[in-house]
Design a protein around this ligand. Structure first.
Ligand code: NAG
Length: 209
């Protein structure tokens, strides 16, 4: 409860210190709204929204030689459950474009409960394991669309993506995920050292089934 309060206060502080205008409160509070994210050119979702996760972790790159372009070799992130905060209401809607940048600047998952993990399998498959979901869910994914982050994103933000089940028959209770509202994660354009480069990033992952 205290954690939730802290998150809410952090977000409120962030909101009130920006020029963002909160929408006028609706006269009727009986109307349930379902918030959505900006597609930024990605294909529209099909299916049902299941979870919204805040991902915080690293994007990994390999540098074979000085001045090479870094090559992406995967990612490792904790997925925090932001579903109840972001999926409805005016504060949720206003927080959607702000939460990952806040997480990156604070260097944490903002005290949200852990929902699962994002990693690359031994075979290099982007995988999302929502082990705290009920029932536990898994998405073994393949990338189907990729757009650059909007120009108003945090500096060096990785692309926004749309990934779907890769058809290997191992996914459970999930069919697709969007990576949006990215903050950070992009390496320098050329390698200044040889070896693995890791870049901290945060993003929202919107899961559908
Ligand atoms: C990415 O980097 C992290 C932190 O160094 C490491 O724990 C993880 O195994 C790496 N994953 C991949 C796929 O390179």
């Amino acid at each position: 409860m205290l954690q939730l309060l802290t998150i809410t206060l952090s977000l409120l502080t962030l909101l009130t210190t920006t020029t963002l205008a909160l929408p006028t409160p609706s006269k009727s509070n009986s109307k349930v709204t379902t918030n959505t994210f900006v597609l930024n050119g990605l294909p529209a979702p099909t299916g049902t929204l299941k979870y919204i996760a805040l991902g915080y972790g690293t994007q990994n790159y390999s540098c074979a030689a000085l001045n090479d372009a870094p090559v992406s070799i995967g990612a490792l992130a904790t997925l925090y459950d932001a579903t109840s905060i972001l999926s409805h209401g005016a504060i949720g809607a206003a927080s959607i474009p702000k939460m990952p940048a806040l997480a990156l600047s604070m260097g944490s998952g903002l005290g949200l409960p852990t929902l699962g993990h994002h990693f690359f399998s031994a075979a290099g498959v982007p995988t999302f394991s929502l082990e705290a979901a009920k029932p536990a869910a898994l998405l073994s994914a393949k990338k189907v669309a990729d757009v650059v982050a909007p120009t108003n994103s945090a500096p060096n933000s990785v692309d926004w993506l749309f990934l779907t089940d890769d058809g290997r028959g191992v996914s459970k209770h999930l069919n697709a995920v969007y990576r949006v509202e990215t903050a950070g994660g992009k390496p320098p354009g050329v390698c200044s050292s040889v070896g693995t480069v890791t870049e901290q990033y945060a993003a929202e992952y919107w899961f559908y089934d």
